[in-house]
Design a protein around this ligand. Structure first.
Ligand code: TXA
Ligand code: MG
Length: 330
C-alpha cells in the first residue's frame, strides 16, 4: 500500500511548480488545482506511477483516466483529431472540456491509463497552476479528481488532504477552484456524443458544432462490461449520508441543501442549512456543490434534503452529480 507516505504540502509558486514537475518525472503522485476540481497527477507514460495512482485512490482499474496536456500540439501527439474535435478544442481549450478521441499512432500514454481502450480522453486545463506544472513537466499527465474513489470531488486542497494525506507525495495548494464540477466529456469517435455533463454547458458545445450532441447512455448501460464513460458509475459521487432530491419539505433530523431565495416547509428545524446560491446563480451553485455536500455530510444528519435545481446551463451537470450522490453505496 502507498499509505504511510509523507505528503508534502506546498503553496503554489515557482518553487512548487519545479518540485511538482520533478516529482512527476520520478514517478510521484502530485495533487494540483485545475479550474474544475483538484486533480491527482501522475506521468501518463509511466505505468508504475499509474498503478500507484489507482491504488492511492482505491479506484477500480477498469476506469480510464484523462490525459492533461498544456496545448493542442501536445494533445495531437497522443490523440487523433477530426474536424469537429479540432473545432471544439479551438473553441474551448484551455478550459473545462475533455475530448475522447481515437488514440494517435505512437501514443506514448500507458495502456493502464486508458484501461485498454483504443480511445483516449484529453484535456487542456485553464488553471494557471495546472498549466505551469504541465509546461514544466513537458508531457501528458493523467489526473483523476484527487479524492478517494466514491467520495465527492475536492474543490480545495484541504479536501484533498483529508482524503489522500499519507497516500500521495505532494499537494500543491492554490485555494478554492473556480468551476466546481468536473469537465464536460464529449466523445468524438463518430457523431459527437455527450459522455458526461460538466463545466461547459451542453448548449455552448452544440452552438459551436451547429448540431445536437448525441445523448449519453443510461447509467444502467454505463455499468455494463464495456461502458462508454466507465467512470460514470451510478454511485460515483456518493457522500456517506443519504441524499434526498427535489425536496419540497424537510423531515425532522434532515439537513438542507438549499437553492435560491425561497424557503420550504420544515426548514426552520433543519439540523443544518447551506444554500448553493441564494440569488439562484447556477455558476455559483456549481462552485459550492461539492464543498457543501462534504460539509453537510459531516453533520451526521438523517439525510441531506436537496431543493430542486433548474436544469439549464450548468444545472445539467449539477443535477447529474446530485443524482449520483443520491445513489447509496451499500
Ligand atoms: O474536470 C475534470 O475532468 C477532472 C480534473 C482533475 O481534470 N478530472 C476528472 O477525472 O474528473 P476522473 O478520472 O474523475 O473522470 C474521468 C472520466 C471518467 O468518467 C472516465 O470513465 C472517463 O473520464 N473516461 C476516461 N477515458 C475515457 C475513454 N477513453 N472513453 C470514455 N470515457 C473515458
Ligand atoms: Mg472523479
Amino acid at each position: 500500500m502507498t499509505v504511510g507516505l509523507t505528503t508534502r504540502f506546498l503553496a503554489a509558486d515557482e518553487a512548487a511548480t519545479t518540485a511538482a514537475a520533478r516529482c512527476l518525472s520520478s514517478g510521484g503522485l502530485v495533487a494540483f488545482p485545475t479550474e474544475t476540481v483538484y486533480g491527482l497527477g501522475a506521468d501518463a507514460t509511466d505505468a508504475a506511477a499509474i498503478a500507484r495512482l489507482y491504488q492511492a485512490k482505491g479506484r477500480p482499474a477498469f476506469n480510464p483516466l484523462i490525459a492533461h496536456v498544456s496545448d493542442l500540439t501536445g494533445a495531437q501527439r497522443i490523440a487523433s483529431f477530426d474536424a469537429q474535435a479540432t473545432r471544439l478544442a479551438q473553441a474551448f481549450w484551455p478550459g473545462p472540456l475533455t475530448l475522447v478521441l481515437p488514440k494517435a499512432a505512437g501514443c506514448a500514454v500507458a495502456d493502464l491509463a486508458t484501461a485498454g481502450l483504443d480511445t483516449i480522453a484529453v484535456r487542456v486545463p485553464a488553471h494557471p497552476v495546472a498549466r505551469e506544472i504541465l509546461r514544466a513537466f513537458g508531457g501528458p499527465v493523467v489526473a483523476p479528481s484527487a479524492n478517494l474513489s466514491g467520495h465527492v470531488s475536492p474543490t480545495t486542497a484541504a479536501h484533498v488532504q483529508s482524503d489522500l494525506e499519507g497516500r500521495i507525495d505532494m499537494i500543491v495548494d492554490a485555494g478554492a477552484v473556480q468551476v466546481g464540477v468536473e469537465s464536460t466529456i464529449v466523445g468524438c469517435f463518430g457523431e459527437p456524443m455527450l459522455l458526461r455533463p460538466g463545466g461547459v454547458p451542453r448548449a455552448e458545445i452544440e452552438r459551436v458544432l451547429e448540431r445536437a450532441l448525441l445523448q449519453p447512455r443510461s447509467d444502467t448501460e454505463a455499468q455494463t462490461a464495456q461502458p462508454l464513460a466507465p467512470g460514470m458509475l451510478a454511485s460515483h459521487y456518493a457522500p456517506r449520508t443519504k441524499v434526498r432530491l427535489n425536496a419540497d419539505r424537510l423531515a425532522p433530523g434532515e439537513a438542507l441543501l438549499a437553492f435560491g431565495a425561497g424557503a420550504i416547509p420544515g426548514s426552520g428545524t433543519a439540523s443544518a442549512v447551506m444554500n448553493l446560491s441564494a440569488c439562484g446563480d447556477l455558476t455559483e451553485a456549481a462552485a459550492n456543490l461539492f464543498g457543501y455536500l462534504r460539509a453537510l455530510d459531516a453533520k451526521g444528519a438523517e439525510a441531506i434534503a436537496v431543493m430542486p435545481i433548474p436544469h439549464e446551463g450548468l444545472g445539467e451537470a449539477i443535477n447529474d452529480r446530485l443524482r449520483r450522490a443520491a445513489v447509496r453505496q451499500d
